[in-house]
Design a binder for this molecule. Structure first.
Ligand code: GLA
Length: 389
C-alpha cells in the first residue's frame, strides 16, 4: 500500500512536470545570429532585413554558424479590431510571412520582438493580454525566435508573464527559441531555465569598454562582472545572455573588439551580432567569424566560464570543454600591457601536468607547458587559449 502511494506520487510528478517545462529542444548550443537593435534601433525595414540575410550568407557568417536574423523593436504599429498585431506596412510592405519566407530561402532563421507588457520599450503594442493570439500569428508567419522584453510591465510578475508566453508558444506548435529580456531585474538565472532558452542577465550593453549610462546601460567589462557567479545556470537549452555584440559598431578598438567577442564566447553567450553586416571591414568580419573562438562558445558541454583569479586589472577566466580540456582567457582590463599567469591549479589540473597550449585568437600552438602558462596581454585585451593535458 505504502509502495503504491509512493509510485502514484512519482507518477503524478511525471505527469505534471512537462506542463511547466520549456522543453522545446532548441538552443542546445548558444544561439547565433544578428539583431537590428544595437546599430539600427527603430530604423528597421524589409530591405534591411533581406540585405542582412544576404550579407550573412555571402560574407561567410552563415558558414561560421550564424543563423537567426532578428528584427527588434518597432516593426509593429497597431492591432486590428480583432486584436491581431499589425506590422508597419510602409517599412514592411510585403508583410512578415513573405519576409520570413525570404530569410528561410537563404537557409537562415527568422526572429521577431515583442514585450510582456502592454507596450514595447519604444511604445509599440506589447503582447499583454494577447499572448496566445500573438504566438499563433508568429507561428503562421514562420517565426523561429522571439525576444520578449519587459517594458511597461509594472505590477506584472516576471515568472508568470514569461511562463504564459512560453505556454502560448508551445500551444502554437512551432519550435520558437524563446529569449527572455527582463534585464536580470528579477534574477532569471534562478527561475528561467524551464521558461526560456536564454535570458538577459544585465541591463543593455553600451558601445564602450568600461562605462555606465545614467539609466543603467553597461560597457563590456561591467557586464562581465555581473556574469561572474551565475555560471551555474547556463547549459544546453538555457543560457545566460550578456546582451548582443557591439563588435563593428565603431567605438571599441581592435583589441577591445577581440576581447569582447572572445569573452562572450568564454561565457557561452548567445552570439547576436549587432552591427551593419552589409558594410563591414575585414577586421570586424575576422573577429565575428573566428571559428576557433566560436568553437569554444559552441562547445557541446555548454559550461559558462568562471572567473578563477583576479588581481586588480588582471583576470583569469576558465571553462571546461567537452572531453575534459579547458579554455582559458587571460584578460587585461588595464590601459597598459600586463603579464598574466594561469596556474594549472586554477583550472582544476594538478601542477605537475604537462599540457599543450593553443592560442585560438591567433590560431597558433604555443607549446607544452607544465604547471602554468604566462602571456603578456595588450591593454584591454584577452589572450584566449585551449589547454590540453
Ligand atoms: C530594451 C532591450 C533592448 C532593446 C530595446 C528596444 O531596452 O533591453 O535590447 O530590445 O528595449 O526598445
Amino acid at each position: 500500500m505504502k509502495l503504491r502511494a509512493i509510485c502514484t506520487f512519482f507518477l503524478l510528478i511525471l505527469c505534471v512536470a512537462p506542463a511547466s517545462a520549456l522543453d522545446n529542444g532548441l538552443a542546445k548550443t548558444p544561439p547565433m545570429g544578428w539583431n537590428s537593435w544595437n546599430k539600427f534601433a527603430c530604423n528597421v525595414s524589409d530591405q534591411l532585413i533581406r540585405e542582412t540575410g544576404d550579407a550573412m550568407v555571402a560574407n561567410g557568417m552563415k558558414d561560421a554558424g550564424y543563423q537567426y536574423v532578428v528584427i527588434d523593436d518597432c516593426w509593429q504599429v497597431k492591432r486590428n479590431p480583432d486584436g491581431t498585431i499589425v506590422a508597419d506596412a510602409e517599412r514592411f510592405p510585403h508583410g512578415m510571412k513573405d519576409l520570413a519566407d525570404y530569410i528561410h530561402s537563404k537557409g537562415l532563421l527568422f526572429g521577431i520582438y515583442s514585450d510582456a507588457g502592454r507596450q514595447t520599450c519604444q511604445g509599440r503594442p506589447g503582447s499583454r493580454g494577447h499572448e496566445f493570439q500573438d504566438a499563433f500569428t508568429y507561428a503562421s508567419w514562420g517565426v523561429d525566435y522571439l525576444k520578449f522584453d519587459w517594458c511597461h510591465a509594472e505590477g506584472q510578475n516576471s515568472v508568470e508573464s514569461y511562463s504564459l508566453m512560453r505556454d502560448a508558444l508551445k500551444t502554437a506548435g512551432r519550435p520558437i527559441v524563446f529569449s527572455i529580456c527582463e534585464w536580470g531585474s528579477t534574477k532569471p538565472w534562478q527561475w528561467a531555465k524551464d521558461v526560456g532558452n536564454l535570458w538577459r542577465s544585465t541591463e543593455d550593453i553600451q558601445n564602450c569598454w568600461d562605462c555606465k549610462a545614467d539609466w543603467g546601460g553597461l560597457g563590456v567589462v561591467r557586464i562581465l562582472d555581473l556574469m561572474d557567479g551565475i555560471e551555474y545556470a547556463a547549459g544546453p537549452g538555457h543560457w545566460n545572455d550578456p546582451d548582443m555584440l557591439e563588435v563593428g559598431n565603431g567605438k571599441l578598438n581592435a583589441e577591445e573588439s577581440r576581447a569582447h567577442f572572445g569573452m562572450w564566447c568564454m561565457l557561452a553567450a548567445p552570439l547576436m551580432s549587432g552591427n551593419d553586416l552589409r558594410h563591414m571591414d575585414a577586421d570586424t568580419l575576422a573577429v565575428l567569424t573566428n571559428k576557433e573562438v566560436i568553437a569554444i562558445d559552441q562547445d557541446s558541454l555548454g559550461k559558462q566560464a568562471s572567473r578563477v583569479r583576479k588581481e586588480g586589472d588582471k583576470e583569469v577566466w576558465a571553462r571546461e570543454l567537452a572531453g575534459g580540456n579547458r579554455a582559458v582567457a587571460l584578460l587585461n582590463r588595464a590601459a597598459t600591457p600586463q603579464t598574466i599567469t594561469v596556474k594549472w591549479e586554477d583550472i582544476g589540473y594538478p601542477a605537475h601536468f604537462s599540457a599543450a597550449v593553443h592560442d585560438v585568437g591567433e590560431h597558433k600552438d604555443l607549446g607544452t607547458m607544465t604547471g602554468s602558462f604566462t602571456a603578456t596581454v595588450a591593454p584591454h585585451g584577452a589572450v584566449i587559449v585551449t589547454v590540453r593535458p
